[in-house]
Design a protein around this ligand. Structure first.
Ligand code: NAD
Ligand code: TYD
Length: 346
């Protein structure tokens, strides 16, 4: 445990959704920790997510790419980093179907670059991964000992990262841990993902594009719960271990949509069933017993998490309005323009 004297964390991808929430969590709850955010600022990276910590003397920001070995080495040395927490990734399944290249580059090669740097300096390394590496789960719940069986280019790139991380532990003795989180919801999530897309579309009076019949199942968890789990695993997780992180309950997308509409007091007539995502994983479900044994409990149900997230978008229009009028608009036309509208019920 390095928390007693305070950790010096490199948080890659810290200007994105979960990374920024993690930075807030650490600076709020760990007075002795220092945090350096290392982020390429892709379309998903946004310094507005970190505006309220920018004056904190325990925080620094470096604009760079995790695939750039020289930049990684320089930041590790300059800031005396002892722990790398890797959030940096291309993260949206639909974009990975459209063009997988950036996913292989960042999620696989970028992970490799960080692992090499951590190995050279003997640092702790935590990989933020996803339950999507297990692929579609017809029944029951995935455990950490289950084989990975990814089915989208995104999930495959994340599973590849996990395999490299594990290999670096086994082969080189690197102190690695992995967290496999379910779908996160909450502040600062780019509105390409379902919950912020549906919330902001509803607020704008636009249709909510539900893929297929909408009966796919996801374990929607509150991002703050996930950040607490990552912090605990980084601090206390034994080397070489992976942990599932989620509520342990999955709900249908149609239920999620109803909660969004109810929270925002918008009509169900906004729902449009549209052409499904190719290879769409019907169900994710994870068993979180291993992390509970480490002392963590999810504090919110999926229903609470979705309602809290929708309310955040209602109350923080100034955050999402500029995003939806920028790069996002071309993306939305490309991704949704050609989708057929299906009869109600998909
Ligand atoms: P995000 O898309 O909101 O943010 C990704 C961040 O990484 C951005 O700030 C971006 O600028 C940065 N980035 C991308 N490529 C980079 C590169 N080459 N070098 C440096 N920075 C780069 O992502 P998120 O939703 O916050 O996800 C964070 C991590 O959590 C990812 O590894 C993702 O796979 C994992 N995860 C996400 C979810 C979810 O529901 N969003 C669930 C489980 C796990
Ligand atoms: P998403 O937020 O993209 O997360 P993931 O695919 O990584 O789980 O999507 C969550 C669920 O919502 C998933 O089943 C796909 C579905 N979805 C829609 O029905 N319509 C949409 O426009 C989007 C983006 C997602």
């Amino acid at each position: 445990m390095v928390s007693g004297k305070g950790r010096r964390l490199l948080v890659t991808g810290g200007a994105g959704f979960i990374g920024a929430n993690f930075v807030h969590h650490v600076l709020r709850t760990r007075p002795n920790d220092h945090v350096v955010v290392f982020d390429k600022l892709t379309y998903a990276g946004n310094l507005a997510n970190l505006a309220d910590v920018s004056d904190d003397p325990r925080y620094a920001f470096v604009h760079a790419d995790i695939c750039d070995a020289g930049a990684v080495e320089r930041v590790l040395s300059a800031h005396g980093i002892d722990t790398v927490v890797n959030f940096a990734a291309e993260t949206h399944v639909d974009r990975s179907i459209d063009d997988p290249e950036a996913f292989i580059r960042t999620d696989v090669n970028g992970t490799y670059t960080l692992l090499e740097a951590a190995r050279a300096k003997g640092l702790r390394y935590h990989q933020v991964s996803t339950d999507e590496v297990y692929g579609h789960v017809a029944e029951g719940a995935s455990r950490e000992t289950d084989p990975v069986a990814p089915r989208s280019p995104y999930a495959a790139s994340k599973a590849s990262g996990d395999l490299l991380v594990h290999a670096y532990h086994v082969t080189y003795g690197l102190h690695t841990t992995i967290s496999r989180g379910s779908n996160n919801v909450g502040p600062y999530q780019y509105p390409e993902k379902a919950v912020p897309l549906f919330s902001t579309n509803a607020l704008e009076g636009l249709p909510l594009p539900v893929y297929g019949d909408g009966r796919q199942e996801r374990d929607y968890q509150w991002v703050g719960d996930h950040c607490e789990a990552i912090d605990l695993i980084v601090d206390r997780g034994p080397a070489g271990e992976a942990y599932n992180v989620g509520t342990g309950t999955s709900i249908q997308n149609l239920t999620m949509v109803d909660i969004v509409l109810e929270t925002l007091d918008r009509p169900r007539s906004l729902v449009r069933h549209v052409t499904d995502r190719p290879g769409h994983d019907r169900r994710y479900a994870i068993d979180t017993a291993k992390l509970q044994a480490l002392g963590w409990r999810s504090r919110h149900t999926p229903e609470q998490a979705v309602a809290m997230a929708a309310a955040w978008y209602r109350d923080n229009e100034a955050w999402w309005r500029p995003i939806k009028s920028g790069e996002f608009r071309a993306y939305y036309d490309r991704m949704y323009g050609g989708r057929a509208v299906l009869p109600a019920g998909g």
